[in-house]
Design a protein around this ligand. Structure first.
Ligand SMILES: Nc1ncnc2c1ncn2[C@@H]1O[C@H](COP(=O)(O)OP(=O)(O)OP(=O)(O)O)[C@@H](O)[C@H]1O
Length: 661
């Protein structure tokens, strides 16, 4: 192929512009990105080579070489990994491969307020892959040959990073890729072995391949000239070159974990927590699991692949090994390195393997244990609390180690990001249902913060209270103002306020907690049991008795709308409310299903009326000429109060207006 010129994809030009204009404050990350790509390329070769030994071309010692040429002012990062064909070089280096990068770019350019410096700081943490080379280079030349292709089928790609790039065919004996950076004037510092080593140590020490540089030697000066370090022909390994997860736990620093996590997840924030273990027994494996700090944008896509990489005896096998984690923990990132699985294991085989099942169960247990631990130290103040202690930290002494102190607040952070997905586990993972129930947090009538666990609630239950009361609603405001809460408020009984869309579905799987049943305050008749005294019970019965004739008329007037009408003691300030039968679907869920275009059972709610309320009293007997209109208004208002809409809003308005004039 003679030299051809191609244009960059529009997003690449945009990215390159940002890279060159805003990243000067954090230049050195380019090396992390290029070494990371080289390492990925070697992993790919090792994997493809499992079934095709010829790809190694007689050399299976994979490595990355970093070298520089002071005179030519170039820095080269070379690997003997999978390499690129001509088509691959055009496709991969002319477009943005990572969907995450594209989203990130969208966010950056959408936010006009961030100036170039802030943008620089942001992308600096995020990493922009190959294109980060342009932070320090005014031209990048890539020479590559894909493993298995003929020497004459190599490719040279070259660009100044402005608009277009050139490609031509070259002959390259060794497979793999050389990234040659023609350094800018202000990037001369990278022509120093000392500088390069320090950056590689900082960012790339976790890379399991050897990263090699030419050894330097001190050479005495001649003729009174000062001595200097000169490069020799010997290559030395400058990193630890063993897989991070295979090292002893105590030998891995937090910074190394942070860098490794960023390398495997492409996340730009450090992880919230991690767990690193060697599991021995009938199935042997090493697990290194990270809980991210932030949820990805596609968290609720249940088809999203898990974030675990599978290795077998240090050989990379696959990304996104979904069989290693249950779907509700799909946000966990990390590595599993198995000692037992065959090297040629396929995705299909993974689904059926007993070892994999054991690993999945082990991973699940481990993640839940980390979450339990974070939850134990989560110091979330409850309303009226001075923030010093609360029920969640009970049992924890005041003298916390620094490590435990660092855990404070992390569970709330985790829960805000991932609480909803965790709830999927209630329906998915019956073996761990009890553990998951302990990890749930809700707002309640005592606090708007989503921090109340079932255990906290139980510890605060009133004497004689027999159930954990909760209400589901579309929003916190709707839940808090729900008429169904009135009697609970009056009696000072806490009610959990559940406002997450999945709550009602998830609660189907949790009927009780630690022996105490869960009871929706919007379902069935209220039975406060021994929380109600005899006098109250008697008064309620009398009121119901006296109200019977009106009730009969109400039932008749509303027979098309209400399944039943009854007198209730749950209301204090409101005239009426709607409830559903004990095990019925809540009105809120039925509405949600309908909105989502799904089948929801046609159901008529029960209208409960407060016989003590002035409006209800006004309904009166036969004499009231407006009885029918009032009855409908009562029903429609109860519907409005719980977030619904009257079936015929115009008729409702007409009725109210008729009474107002
Ligand atoms: N050293 C290399 N050897 C082989 N291919 C490479 C090398 N460097 C880059 N590539 C190819 O170029 C593509 C683009 O690289 P870039 O750094 O922009 O993002 P990325 O590495 O794809 O992100 P991710 O790591 O998520 O795949 C890579 O996916 C890879 O196919």
């Amino acid at each position: 192929m003679t030299k051809q010129t191609h244009s960059f994809q529009a997003e690449v030009s945009q990215l390159l512009h940002l890279v060159t204009h805003s990243l000067y404050s954090n230049k050195e990350i380019f090396l992390r990105e290029l070494v990371s790509n080289a390492s990925d390329a070697c992993d790919k070769l090792r994997y493809e080579g499992l079934n095709n030994d010829a790809l190694f071309e007689g050399n299976a010692d994979l490595e990355v070489r970093v070298s520089f040429d002071k005179d030519a002012r170039t820095l080269t990062i070379a690997d003997n990994g999978i390499g690129m064909s001509q088509e691959e070089a055009i496709a991969h280096l002319g477009t943005i491969a990572k969907s995450g990068t594209r989203e990130f770019m969208g966010k950056l350019s959408g936010d006009q307020k961030t100036d170039a410096k802030d943008q620089g700081a942001l992308i600096g943490q995020f990493g922009v892959g190959f294109y980060s080379g342009y932070i320090v280079a005014d031209r990048i030349t890539v020479e590559s040959r894909r493993a298995g292709l003929k020497a004459s089928e190599g490719v040279r790609w070259s660009s100044t990073g402005t608009g277009d790039f050139e490609v031509e065919t070259i002959t390259q004996a060794e497979r793999g890729t050389k990234i040659i950076l023609h350094l800018r004037d202000d990037a001369e510092e990278y022509l120093s072995a000392w500088k390069l080593k320090s950056v590689i140590n900082k960012y790339s020490d976790h890379i399991s391949l050897p990263i090699r540089m030419r050894k330097e030697e001190w050479k005495e000066g001649e003729n009174d000239q000062p001595g200097e370090m000169v490069l020799t022909d010997e290559w030395e390994t400058i990193n630890q070159a063993n897989a991070l997860w295979a090292r002893a736990k105590k030998d891995v620093t937090d910074e190394q974990h942070n860098e490794f996590y960023k390398h495997i997840s492409h996340d730009f924030e450090p992880p919230l927590a991690w767990s690193h273990n060697r599991v021995e027994g009938s199935t042997e494996y090493t697990q290194l699991l990270y809980i991210p700090s932030k949820a990805p944008m596609d968290l609720f896509n249940r088809d999203k692949k898990s974030g675990l990489k599978l290795y077998v005896k240090r050989v990379f096998i696959m990304d996104d090994a979904e069989a290693l984690m249950p779907s509700y923990l799909r946000f966990i990132k990390g590595v599993v390195d198995s000692a037992d699985l065959p090297l040629n294991v396929s995705r299909e085989l993974l689904q059926e393997s007993r070892d994999v099942k054991a690993i999945r169960e082990g991973n699940t247990r481990r993640v839940l244990a980390v979450l339990e631990d974070l939850a134990k130290y989560d110091k979330a103040p409850v309303a009226g609390d001075d923030g010093v202690t609360d029920a969640t930290t009970e049992g924890v002494t005041d003298v916390l180690s620094d490590e435990d102190k660092a855990k404070q607040g992390k569970y709330s952070q985790f829960y805000a990001e991932f609480g909803s997905v965790l709830k999927e586990g209630l329906g998915e993972d019956f073996a761990n249902k009890d553990k998951l129930a302990k990890l749930l947090r809700f707002a309640s009538t005592s606090t708007d913060a989503v921090t109340v666990s079932f255990a906290d609630y139980k510890a605060r239950m009133k004497e004689g209270q027999e159930a954990i009361y909760y209400i589901t609603a579309d929003s916190l405001a709707a839940a808090k103002n729900s008429p169904q809460l009135e009697v609970f408020r009056k009696k000072g009984i806490e009610v959990l306020l559940m406002t997450d869309r999945v709550d009602e579905w998830a609660l189907n799987f949790v009927q009780e907690f630690d022996g105490t049943p869960l009871q929706s305050v919007a379902k069935g008749a209220v039975d406060l049991g021994s929380l109600q005294d005899e006098a109250e019970k008697k008064a309620a019965e009398d009121a119901a008795e006296a109200f019977k004739p009106v009730l009969a008329k109400l039932k008749e007037a509303l027979k098309d709308k209400a399944d039943d009408v009854r007198v209730t003691t749950r209301l204090v300030d409101s005239p009426a409310c709607l409830v559903v039968k004990d095990h019925g679907m809540s009105m809120q869920l039925a509405r949600m299903l309908k909105q989502a275009g799904q089948q929801a059972p046609e159901m008529k709610p029960i209208l409960e009326v407060n016989a003590e309320h002035a409006l209800v009293k006004k309904l009166g007997g036969d004499a009231n000429p407006n009885f029918n209109d009032l009855a409908h208004i009562l029903f429609d208002q109860a519907l409005l109060a719980e977030g619904g809409l009257p079936e015929d809003p115009a008729a409702y308005v007409k009725r109210v207006n008729a009474l107002l004039v």
